[in-house]
Design a binder for this molecule. Structure first.
Ligand SMILES: Cc1cc2nc3c(=O)[nH]c(=O)nc-3n(C[C@H](O)[C@H](O)[C@H](O)COP(=O)(O)OP(=O)(O)OC[C@H]3O[C@@H](n4cnc5c(N)ncnc54)[C@H](O)[C@@H]3O)c2cc1C
Length: 430
């Protein structure tokens, strides 16, 4: 069979997982990223394996697509820690992670192109045939994967958030997000909450450790976590937290305490916190924001423009050779969630190019139930304001009620074996 060429647009966790999976399935892969580093919002995240994300990571490993979780484990600063509401969490080092993923992809033979922002797309006969970058390059492909996320558009931060807070996405330097699905005319939706507000604000900031007291830094580096009570008069209630993209952290513990996690810098588990108030908390008198730089005022806004897709991740509509990964696929929050959908998109893109049936993950697996359930929910406008994650909130409750949450690796391997899919995503399909 002739070589199949897969073009992945967007190098966040969804895009890098898609690229790796497509490469393992036997395709020639080009990955285009608009910024000068991979990982997108994953450049400032770090939490994985918490709550149901442990089960999802191990299921993906048993399915033959554990590469990105292995990379995260290799870059973990802390393993198996607890913080309010979250068990057996790991934290990757945000400074180590991106170079490690990039070199893995290069070692696999993937053509990784940075500062390659896709601006336009050309269609012919119901198929996308090429995309064009800001540098004027035309990249042709058999199948395209949109992994452009749902953020990186300053107009949304200004209209629906507190303005541009100058975050890691650096839209003003590397140009805003452009989605392939938009260019191809695929139906897209915004996450609109019951109160009519569109989008959601990203849920954490980074503080320079050098700007915190030695006591806080020692606790963080020893245990991974520092929980510092906020004096009553400075508590702002949970209203701000309910605006968060990460609804699993919208609880009283996060309103009554400053919760810091050690991901290299100190990850502050709140969308923003006025600097003057933060500096009244013991140990934070000299606090400064690393990301967003204006973290005292606001954060990036996400969950705009996700695409209408089937549960194989194939975009709906007339242009048949587009698949979607990560947040582009629906209101799914997290690195783990983006890796799950990215891996499926990458694998199915090659199946489609090869003309063989697409893979649908079965409901007997947590990753299958997650994808199938959330894609179904996205078809209903009233569900698009909810955020879905293995790590908490509505989906983790569903996962537990269906008996899908477990940390028993033997049980997970047996579950995947019973589905007949052990190692399937680790094999070529061409
Ligand atoms: C501040 C913050 C903290 C977070 N913390 C955590 C955490 O600790 N744990 C966790 O699990 N999740 C966390 N998340 C959520 C998680 O990062 C995301 O849900 C997930 O990583 C999304 O991945 P993605 O690939 O779908 O999108 P993104 O990460 O948004 O990646 C999309 C990529 O596409 C690129 N792109 C866009 N348009 C184009 C174009 N036209 N051409 C080329 N490239 C383009 C962008 O530059 C970007 O790199 C956090 C998010 C934020 C913002």
């Amino acid at each position: 069979m002739s070589t199949k060429r897969i073009v992945v647009v967007g190098g966040g966790w969804g895009g890098v997982a898609a690229a790796a999976a497509a490469c393992k399935a036997g395709a020639e892969v080009t990955l285009l990223e608009r910024a000068d580093m991979l990982l997108g919002t994953g450049l400032v995240g770090g939490i994985f394996r918490n709550n149901g994300r442990f089960t999802a990571a191990e299921e993906m490993t048993a399915l033959g697509s554990g590469d990105m979780f292995d990379a995260m484990d290799q870059c973990a600063r802390h393993k198996n820690i607890e913080f309010p509401g979250h068990k057996h969490s790991s934290l990757y080092d945000v400074y180590e992670m991106e170079p490690a993923v990039k070199s893995r992809l290069l070692d696999m033979g993937i053509d990784v192109r940075l500062t390659a922002s896709v601006k336009s797309a050309e269609k012919s006969g119901g198929r996308l045939v090429s995309v064009r970058t800001s540098g004027g390059e035309t990249i042709e492909g058999d199948v395209f994967i949109d992994a452009t996320g749902t953020s990186a558009f300053p107009g949304n931060c200004i209209k629906y958030g507190n303005g541009c807070a100058m975050c890691i996405l650096r839209c003003h330097s590397f140009s805003p997000r452009v989605s392939i699905t938009t260019l191809a005319g695929v139906e897209e939706w915004d996450a609109v909450k019951a109160n009519g507000n569109a989008g959601a604000m990203s849920g954490s900031c980074k503080l320079f450790k050098e700007s915190l007291s030695k006591d806080i830094v020692d606790t963080l580096e020893r245990t991974g976590v520092a929980v510092i009570p906020i004096p009553k008069e400075l508590q702002t209630g949970s209203e701000k937290l309910s605006a968060k993209a990460c609804q699993q952290y919208a609880t009283a513990a996060f309103a009554e305490n400053i919760v810091l996690l050690d991901t290299g810098p100190a990850k502050l588990m709140t969308p923003y916190y006025p600097l003057e108030a933060l500096r009244q908390i013991t140990g934070c008198e000299r606090a400064r924001y690393e990301d967003p730089i204006a973290g005292g005022l606001g954060n990036s806004m996400r969950y705009f423009r996700f695409a209408n897709c089937s549960n194989t991740t194939q975009a709906a509509g007339e242009t048949t050779n587009i698949f979607c990964a990560g947040e582009k696929l629906g209101a799914m929050v997290g690195h783990t969630e983006a890796i799950v959908t990215g891996s499926l998109a990458g694998h199915n893109a090659v199946r489609y190019a090869a003309g063989i049936p697409l893979l649908t993950l079965p409901d007997s697996l947590a990753v299958g139930d997650f994808v199938n359930h959330v894609i179904g929910e996205m078809k209903r406008p009233e569900c698009r304001g909810t955020k879905y994650t293995f790590s908490g909130s509505v989906y983790f409750e569903r996962m537990k009620s269906l008996g899908l949450y477990t940390t028993d690796i033997g049980e997970i391997e047996e579950r995947v074996r019973a589905s007949g899919l052990s190692g399937i995503m680790g094999k070529t399909v061409i």
